[in-house]
Each structure stands twice: as C-alpha cells, then as structure tokens.
Write a protein that binds this ligand. Structure first.
Ligand code: NAG
Ligand code: NAG
Ligand code: NAG
Ligand code: NAG
Ligand code: NAG
Ligand code: NAG
Ligand code: NAG
Length: 540
C-alpha cells in the first residue's frame, strides 16, 4: 500500500508536467495482486535501562526520593550546615516506603536544620516561569511546633547562596501521624547551569529541643508532558511522540525477566499512590522506583495515539531459571490475568476495573497485542518456553474469550506455529545491509514477524567468530552514539520490513534512552536518544 501511494504520487507528478492539454490521458492501476501492509512503527521502552525512565523520561527531579538507593541510604542528599541525616525505619510511611530521614543538629547548635538533594547525577535544572511542584511526607516524633513556625522549601544554587524560588509551609501542621505537604515553586530567573539543589529547611532549632521531624517521599516535578501529575519529561516524551509510534512495547526486555525470579518486574508495584509503590532493584541501573508505572506509560501512549504492546512476565528469569510446568506456574499466570483485567475490563464490571477507576481512569485500555516473555530463544529459555507460552496464552484466551489478542512469541523454534514472533538483532552494519532481502523469501505461513529490538552496535570491529548476534562475552568496541554508517544500515534493514509489510507487523530500534552522565561502563551503548538533565541532544 505504501509503495502504491508513492507510485501514484509520482505518476500524478509526471502527468502534471508532461500531459498536453489536448491529450486524453488515462491511467489504470491493477492493485489486486498487491499485498496489504500490516506494518506499524513501534517504540520499545525498556524499563530501568541507562537511567532512561527514572532520572530520564520520568520527570521526577529528586534522586533517591524515598531512600531506596544503595540498599537504603541517603545517597544524593546532604545536610544543611551542621545537620546530620539519619535513616529511620521504625516509623514507616507505609509497607512500601519503610524509610524516612531525620535531620538533626547537635544540642545548642545554631546551625540551620535541613537537607538538600542535588538531583540525578548532580544536575537539577531551574527554569524561570516554570511551575515546579514540590511535595513530601512528614511527621514529628512528639510535640508540636508553635503557630508561625515555618518549613522553607526552595530551589537554590549548589552552594545555597542563590535562591531561585522559595515557599513556606506551616510547621504547626506537623503531627505524629504522617501528612503530605505540597507546594508550588516558581523561579523568578533561570539558573545558568544545572548545578542546583532542592532544599528543605526546618524551623530553627536554637534550643536543640525542637520536635524531631521525619521526612520521606520527597518529590519535585517540573512541568510535565500534557501537565499530567506524576508525569513525563516534556522534551523526551515529545521526542518519542515525534517518532509517531503506533505501539509501545513496555516494560521489557530484560527488566521484565529480572536477574532472578524474585527480582522480576512486578506490575502491581507500579500502580496506585506513590506511597504504595515499593519499587525494586532493577535489572540494569540502580533502584527502580516504579513511579513511571503502567498507567503513566500507557496513558501517555494513548495521548499520542499509540497503543500498548504489553510485555508479560512468562516464568523465566535471566539467571536461567524457569517456573516448572506444574501448579507452581499458576500464580504467575494469575498475575498476568489480573494485569489484563486491570487494563481491559469494562468500566465497573470487576474489582480490577473499579481499582483502575479509583486510580483515575474509568475507560479500559485499547490492549490488543501481548508479548509473552522476552528473548526466550536465549540461555535456558528454549527448554521451557514451549509449555510456558502454551499455558499463558491458553489461560488468557480462556479468560478473555471476546478479546482477539495478538500473541507475540519470543522464540519461533520452540513455538512452531506462533501467531507472531519477535526477532531481535544487535549486529554490525554489514549484517543489516545483507538483511535487505531477508524477508523477501521468508515463508508466508501463519507466523508474522516483529523486529522490536534492532541496532547496529559497532562498525569498526567484527569478531570473525560472531554469529551476527551480540554476545555479552565479546570484547567489542561499541559506539557511544549511533553513527551514520550504522543508521544507513538500519534503514536498509527497515526498508526490508516495509517492503514486506504483509509479513512484518512492527519494528523498533533499541534501546531508546541513554542518560549521558551515567558512567559508560554501566551503559548499554549505543542508544537512539542521548540526554542529560538539561539537553536531549547532548553529545559526549
Ligand atoms: C489484475 O491482477 C490480477 C493479479 O495479477 C490478475 O489476476 C487480474 O486478471 C488482473 N485484472 C485485470 C483487469 O487485468
Ligand atoms: C557547627 O559545628 C561546629 C563544630 O562542632 C561548630 O564549631 C559550629 O559552631 C557549628 N555551627 C553552628 C552554626 O552551630
Ligand atoms: C512564616 O511564613 C509566613 C507566610 O509566609 C510569614 O508571614 C511568617 O512571618 C513566617 N514566620 C516566620 C517565623 O518567619
Ligand atoms: C508485587 O507487588 C505487590 C504490590 O505492590 C506486592 O504485594 C507483592 O508482594 C509483589 N510481589 C512480588 C513477587 O514482589
Ligand atoms: C505442561 O503441562 C500441561 C498441563 O499439565 C500439559 O498438558 C503439557 O503437556 C505439559 N507440557 C510439557 C512440555 O511438559
Ligand atoms: C513459519 O516460518 C518460520 C520461519 O521459517 C518458522 O520459524 C516457523 O516455524 C514456520 N511455522 C510453521 C507453522 O511452519
Ligand atoms: C575464534 O575462534 C577460534 C577457535 O575457537 C579462536 O582460536 C579464536 O581466538 C577466536 N577469535 C576471536 C577473535 O575471538
């Protein structure tokens, strides 16, 4: 269909130029032998990789907002003046957020009491005329502050000497129970660098006997895409929207699988109020807050006319362990059935639909495509993928008889007659040049193709023993950024998808994001969009 419309446009153009007014020109096109294209461009947002969601697409500016990083420390935070910061676990905000911080100064000290956060990678941009929303939960151990005592929050230069925006909160509202405090900050001028901090100053403790304050879930949002609460960073979300994807594959990817079964992606931990999202140790980089969760991702996708392509955990993790083909698999299947109920049930028709509504969304999601697992062609995956794919898809089909879900398998050898298979290629440039014809002669059987992860990783080193797929053991010379030679090769491969649009249903470059201050040896390189806190076209 695409080539036909291009051809028509071309012919129309020729007619305009060459047809003489007297000529009785006619053109007939026989398109009945054509193949209808099913190709739709996609994006793949791998959770947790390269600090691309937390610290990137997720607009939260505070690093380690609930003291979850590095096993539960104050990393990213510092005390103002002589303030020391102690983690308290004896008064949890919730079962999910067990830690808070208690700032204090030695008795008799006249130092200000408070703390500040330096942002992700010590970067915290401050822009004039943007409205920032600061919030935190706080309590006092005992007693109260007198009326007129204030908590001051603000955006400051890193040395705290320049205040860009401040606001006060009434400290007499602090009680021994947890309360949430929210305030807006509107900087009067922009900071010239990202070398800024967000600070909370508690009422002066000249006597050293002022009530001890505990704080947690300390959050700071700049304006977000479509001004959504707990939303996405505008420039990065817009960059993805500009790719005009029809599907977004989320959450992964290796982060879906987890390094162990216990560390798998847990969808329920990514919905609801932030104080009930425990987060988890991510598969790639640091602690995953779960703040950019299922609803944040798919609501945003919908706002740019993009449908969910849901990756479901299918009982296999990266350490090579699988759930056995016994009743042991049932809870994992049930977890996925719950997830789909949460997404598709008609308004008010189930507890899951009611839960969705209680979180602010009545309408179901337009879910029609489900990817079962991730890269089950690798490691021990193929040994167990046969029964895992069968049991998950059969259970889903039985539970949702009126939904004609498209299932994507991740291994076409173990699952012989899958409706579709997702083929991943991380290769050298020449391989994609050679793949130009790959799908021309591919069997037209029942199995459609997705290419939801592809990229040229390197061009100047080719392992003579390489099978074409990236091997983590290889000593490659990875590109930091995509290079022109790779982009040309990727486009050649992509032309092969579009020319075979009757077979190839979708494709996505991977990974998307690279938060550039992250130490290079912790990164997957190269990536589509490199950014820092200030820029998304940042060059390293
Ligand atoms: C159109 O093309 C199809 C497939 O090649 C052929 O079967 C059919 O006869 C053609 N129709 C006309 C009117 O030429
Ligand atoms: C901070 O602590 C130092 C060392 O104990 C002390 O000399 C100083 O006076 C304190 N500053 C304030 C403002 O209390
Ligand atoms: C607390 O803040 C209020 C409102 O900004 C202000 O009127 C008051 O003077 C402040 N109190 C102190 C002790 O600074
Ligand atoms: C998943 O998250 C839910 C809710 O956040 C929690 O109750 C459950 O224990 C978690 N499951 C696992 C396996 O971590
Ligand atoms: C897995 O278990 C199901 C249900 O007991 C059974 O039908 C199927 O044959 C088993 N598959 C394998 C590969 O063992
Ligand atoms: C369809 O073709 C693909 C690619 O050769 C193959 O992997 C798959 O098993 C085939 N399916 C059937 C049912 O033959
Ligand atoms: C390729 O494999 C051969 C045989 O295992 C080995 O001797 C050689 O070092 C390998 N070359 C590279 C570059 O890894």
């Amino acid at each position: 269909m695409i080539s036909l419309s291009i051809a028509l446009g071309f012919l129309t153009h020729l007619t305009t130029i060459y047809a003489s007014p007297a000529a009785d020109a006619s053109l007939s096109i026989n398109a009945s032998g054509g193949k209808q294209s099913i190709f739709e461009s996609a994006i793949f947002l791998e959770a947790n990789i390269n600090r691309g969601d937390d610290g990137g697409l997720y607009a939260e500016l505070i690093y380690n907002r609930a003291f979850q990083e590095n096993g539960g420390t104050t990393t990213g935070w510092a005390g103002i003046g002589n303030t020391s910061l102690v983690i308290d676990t004896t008064n949890p905000l919730s079962w999910a957020i067990p830690r808070s911080v208690v700032p204090s100064v030695p008795a008799g000290s006249t130092s200000a009491v408070g703390l500040y956060n330096t942002g992700w990678f010590n970067q915290l941009p401050v822009t004039a005329d943007s409205i920032y929303t600061a919030s935190f939960w706080a309590r006092v151990a005992s007693g109260t502050y007198p009326s007129g005592a204030n908590i001051t929050v603000g955006l400051y230069s890193a040395d705290l000497a320049t205040a860009y925006a401040t606001a006060t909160l009434d400290a007499s509202k602090l009680t021994t129970g947890w309360n949430e405090f929210t305030v807006q900050l509107k900087p009067s001028k922009s900071a010239l660098t990202a070398n800024n901090v967000f600070a909370i100053k508690l009422p002066s403790a000249a006597s050293g006997t002022a009530p001890r304050v505990s704080l947690t879930l300390i959050s700071l949002f700049p304006p977000t895409f479509n001004n959504v609460k707990n939303g996405l960073r505008i420039d990065l979300a817009q960059a993805l929207a500009d790719l005009k994807p029809r599907y977004i594959r989320w959450p992964g990817g290796n982060d879906l699988e987890g390094n162990t079964i216990a560390r798998r992606f847990n969808w329920t931990a990514t919905i609801g109020p932030l104080r009930y999202r425990p987060g988890r140790q991510g598969t790639w980089n640091g602690y995953a807050t779960g703040g950019l969760g299922l609803m944040e991702v798919f609501d945003w996708a919908e706002s740019i006319q993009c449908k969910p392509l849901l990756g479901i955990y299918a009982g296999y993790s990266l350490d090579g362990t699988s759930i056995a083909n016994t009743s042991a698999l049932d809870p994992y299947i049930q977890d996925v059935l719950n997830e789909i109920h949460f997404m598709v049930d008609a308004p008010g028709s189930s507890t899951w639909a009611k839960l969705r509504a209680s979180y602010g969304r009545t309408a179901p999601y337009d879910l029609d495509t489900i990817e079962v697992g991730n890269e089950d062609n690798l490691g021990n995956g193929p040994k167990t993928y046969g029964y895992r794919f069968a049991r998950f898809t059969q259970a889903i089909t039985k539970e949702f008889p009126s939904h004609m879900f498209q299932f994507i398998a991740t291994d076409s050898k173990t699952v012989q007659n899958a409706p579709s298979v997702d083929i991943h290629d991380y290769v050298v440039a020449d391989t994609f040049i050679n793949y130009y014809n790959r799908y021309d002669s591919w069997p037209r059987n029942n199995t459609k193709i997705y290419a939801l992860e592809y990229a040229v990783l390197t061009g100047d080193y080719i392992n003579p023993n390489s099978t074409g797929l990236w091997d983590p053991g290889e000593t490659e010379n990875r590109w930091s950024l995509p290079e022109l030679r790779g982009s040309v090769a990727e486009f050649v491969y992509h032309m092969g998808f579009e020319r075979n649009g009757d077979l190839v249903k979708g494709a996505a470059y991977a990974p998307i994001f690279h938060n550039t201050p992250l130490p290079r040896d912790e990164l997957w390189l190269p990536d589509l969009i490199s950014f820092s806190s200030l820029f998304y076209d940042y060059k390293i």
